[in-house]
Structure formats: C-alpha cells, structure tokens
Ligand binder design. Structure first.
Ligand code: CS2
Length: 504
C-alpha cells in the first residue's frame, strides 16, 4: 500500500515543459540557449533512446553556437515518443549514471516530433525544406531493409516492395530518404547529407548503396542523381543507453522535481567519430567533442567487433545462464574472463588502428559493461541477432579463418545465439525471441529436435546471416557444433567455464 502522502506528492508534481522549467531542481543542467530562437537544420529518423542519449546531446551543446541546427525527429514505427514528448515541448531528461551517482540534464535540441505513419506528407515536406542540411538515422540494423550478409538492398522486403509501388507514401527509411531527395531535386533545392548513426559496417557506404539502388529502381536518372549529388558520411557512434523503465521514470521525476514521461538513462562515456564529408555544410561538430576524420571505417570496425561483438556474446551466454542485466554477467568471473580474452586474443589481432591503444580501449569496455548503475538487459541486446551477427562476430571470424588463427571464443557467441533462438531456455521456459527471422529460426530449431549437428547445420543455411562461405567452412561448422553440443548438454555457465579453463 502506497502511503497517502506519496500519492499527494506524485499528483502535485508538475510535468516537464517550457512553462515549468522554473520548477526544475537547481542542480539539473538545462538548455544554455533561447529555445524560441533556434530553428531546425537536421531531420532525424528514429527518435529512440540511443539518439536522445547521443546525437541530441551533442546538438544541445552546439546550439548556443549554431542555432540553426536543431532537430526535428520522426518515429517510424510507434507514436509513443511523440505522445510522451509533445506535451513536454520536446524536452526530456538525460540521466548519466555510474556507481558514483546520477547527473541529470534537460535536453531541448529536439524542436518537433513527427509520427511518420500519421504525418508522412508533413515529414516529407520538412525533409525537403531548404533549411534542412542533414538527414540522420538511427533506425536499427533492420530498418535499412537490406541483406545483412551482403549489405545490399533486399528488393523483396515487403516495405521496399510497397515503396516502389507507392513512392509518394513511403513506409521504409530508405523510401523516405529517396522520396525527399526526389522532391528536393524537382524543386531545385540543394541536396542534404544522409548520415547513418547505426551500428552497420561502413554505414555511410552501406546506406549509399541501399538508397542508391532504391533510387535506381525508381528511375535510372534518380539513381544517377543520388550517386553524383548525395553525400553519405560514415559515423561511429557509441553510448550505452538501456531502455527506460517505470522505476527510472519515478526516480528521475524525484531528482529533477518534475514529471518526465520519457527520460533516458545512460553512462558517462560517449563517443562520436564522423567522416568529414558534408558538401552542403555542417554544424561545427568539432566544437562539442565530435572527432572528425577522413576515414571512419577503422573506428567502426573496432567498435563493432570489440564492443558490440562482446556485448552480443555476453547477451546470449548471459541470458542463457539466467542473468537479466549485463553488469550481472560481468560479476561472474568466468564470463568476464571470456570476454576479456575474446577481445585480447581473437578480436584485437584483426584490427589495425595505429595510434589507438586497444588494450586500454578493452579495459574501458570491461569497466563500462560492469557499470552496476546501468540496468542493461541481456534480452534487449539479444534482439535482432540475424541483423547484428555479421558485423559483430562473423567478419572477425572470417578474418581469423583466413589467417588460420583459432576462433574458439568467437564461435561460442555464435553457438549461444543458435541456442538462444531455439526459443526455449535452460529451464524449459519460453524465450521471447525478437528478430525479423524469428519464425524461420524457430522452425529450423524445431526440425532439429535439439540435435547439435542438425541445429548448427540448419542455422548455417540462413544465408542472410552466414553468406555461403561460412556454411561450408569445416572448421567454423565443427567449432560451433561442439560449443552448441556443450550448451545444450551442460548449459551456458558450465560451457563458459570449460572454454575459459581449456584456453588458460
Ligand atoms: C547493443 C548496442 O543493443 C545492442 O545491440 O550492443 O546498442 C550498444 O549498447 C551500443 O552500440 C553502444 O554504443
């Protein structure tokens, strides 16, 4: 039973909004610029937690110097962000957490949110406005409607089929971008830059290929226009931002003194490396800590293989071992040892980044994964494995196989994914597997009757993930199958312990 005075306090709490900023607790940072004097220069597709913890914070710190680069956000799937933030005039709290405590900042860089499903025409109008110089995206890996193994547009994807049939009313992110490019071209408006902030390999080049192909399917002229005039700078983005819970909402409300329907939890670490390729102009990103470089790819590869590769391995193995949060998995010495050795012996040798101390980067990652104040669910990271595995683990595996080097720890992450997508955990309970190919994976698992060789061989036929080379690589197949057998027979904790011990 909640005591009455708590209810009274909760009911009396004002909602975060421009008018109520005066009631904000004094220790909370807030926009250092006049929000009525800023205007949008960026349209961001996919206005979820990651964008709001990352790019929107950089833009908040840019706006005092560059007031014409505020953000209009669009949600492509659900209207919930718009519903939460519109009554708050787009304001929300970023709560930075670690063992030493929580620091809050109210972010005001998002000046409007559109729901792409309900306001498609308006969204295209805004994207086509001459003031907009950048279209940025965090639509997750699957939002690009591509084949994860090849990085090419999936021309049979239902959303792409739809967008080719009805190009004025696109539903996919590439479809929206192509429609806006066409509108601008027809109206003689200068082209924008398209900046992917998703964890895809060579994200700029990949999105250029996807958008270019979709435009070409519309018409060869539009395809040629995209190739010649649209810049697709690559980026490496990094900040851990777990999904917000109701307990977070309540705790942040208490801290800031106002009710916030959708605050974002994150860690102190943040990094953004951007390829400096914006022919039509960009804000002075370098003034707010963005690293502008000529070639982002080595940084991207480092981050995808080290951070995300370790993250996915921890997520599948940790979930199977019964751990809800990443930091709990890291408390298990054998698991922590496994990811440390995975990075040291199997990932770092595949990276070439002169001037970057990769051992230091590894240690920083281990500390970030162990942050006890961040409730990052293994289940959240386990989502969409078919879209994530190629760039996180399989590219590294290919490089190692080619160099005739062992892949034992890398293959354990892959085997754990195969075990996870069977949809039944180690206690016989169902796993809520979220993945665009979940049904197909489940059918493969059911047909294998948990027989390790059949399960591994069945999963390896998913060519969108493994291509054709890995499925026929004997060493890979055998290593994965041996791990899978152990995971099915002994469980995740015992398998991890045995692998760590055998390689000591
Ligand atoms: C995570 C990433 O959910 C996931 O798959 O691995 O979102 C990760 O937290 C970010 O890439 C960190 O920058």
């Amino acid at each position: 039973m909640v005591p009455l005075f708590v209810w009274g306090k909760y009911l009396a709490m004002l909602r975060l909004s421009t008018a109520n900023l005066h009631a904000l607790a004094p220790q909370v940072a807030q926009p250092a610029y006049d929000r009525s004097a800023i205007s949008p220069g960026i349209v961001h597709l996919g206005i979820g937690a990651f964008h709001r913890a990352h790019m929107a914070v950089y833009v908040q710190h840019l706006l005092p110097k560059a007031p014409n680069w505020a953000i209009v956000g669009a949600s492509l799937r659900r209207p919930d962000t718009k519903e939460a933030l519109t009554p708050q005039d787009g304001l929300y709290t970023v709560a930075v957490r670690d063992a030493s405590g929580t620091k809050c900042e109210v972010i005001g860089s998002i000046v409007g949110i559109l729901d792409a499903n309900q306001e498609r025409v308006r969204l295209l109008e805004v994207m086509s406005h001459p003031a907009i110089g950048i279209i940025s995206l965090t639509v997750t890996e699957k939002g690009y409607c591509h084949d994860p193994a090849t990085g090419e547009l999936d021309e049979k994807h239902p959303d792409i089929v739809h967008d080719l049939a009805d190009p004025e009313n696109p539903v996919s992110a590439p479809g929206l971008v192509v429609a806006a490019i066409e509108r601008r071209q027809q109206a003689g408006v200068s082209p924008f830059a398209v900046m992917s902030c998703d964890n895809l390999p060579s994200n700029g080049k990949t999105v250029a290929r996807i958008v270019g192909r979709l435009a070409e399917l519309r018409s060869p002229q539009l395809g040629a226009y995209v190739r010649e005039h649209i810049a697709f700078p690559s980026t490496m983005v990094d900040r851990i931002a777990p999904a917000t819970t109701d307990a977070d909402r309540e705790a942040i409300g208490e801290m800031i003194g106002l009710e916030d329907a959708w605050p974002i939890m994150t860690e102190p670490f943040t990094q953004w490396v951007v390829e400096d390729h914006f022919p039509s102009g960009r804000p002075p990103f370098e003034e707010v800590g963005v690293e502008l470089v000529r070639d982002v790819e080595p940084y991207e590869r480092m981050k995808l293989r080290m951070l995300n590769g370790a993250h996915s391995s921890l997520a599948y193995l940790g979930y199977l071992a019964g751990h809800e949060y990443v930091s709990q998995v890291m408390e298990e010495p054998e698991f922590a040892r496994l990811v440390r050795d995975l990075m040291t012996f199997e990932v770092i040798p595949t990276l070439h980044l002169p001037g970057v101390d990769l051992i230091k980067y590894r240690d920083q990652l281990l500390a970030r994964f162990s942050n006890p104040a961040l409730k990052h669910r293994t289940w959240q990271i386990a989502m969409d494995g078919t879209q994530k595995l190629p760039q996180r683990l399989l590219g590294t595996i290919r490089d190692r196989l080619q160099a005739r080097e062992p892949i034992t720890r890398l293959a354990l992450g892959v085997a754990a994914w195969m075990r996870y997508v069977t949809g039944i955990d180690e206690y016989g309970q169902p796993i809520d597997v979220k993945d665009p190919l979940a049904k197909r994976l489940r059918a493969i698992a059911d047909a294998s009757h948990n027989e390790p060789i059949r399960l591994a061989v069945g999963m390896l036929t998913v060519s969108e993930v493994f291509g054709t080379d890995l499925a026929s690589n004997e060493e890979f197949r055998e290593t994965v199958t041996a791990h899978l057998k152990s995971l099915l027979e002994n469980g995740s904790a015992a398998t991890v312990a045995a692998v760590v011990r055998s390689l000591r």
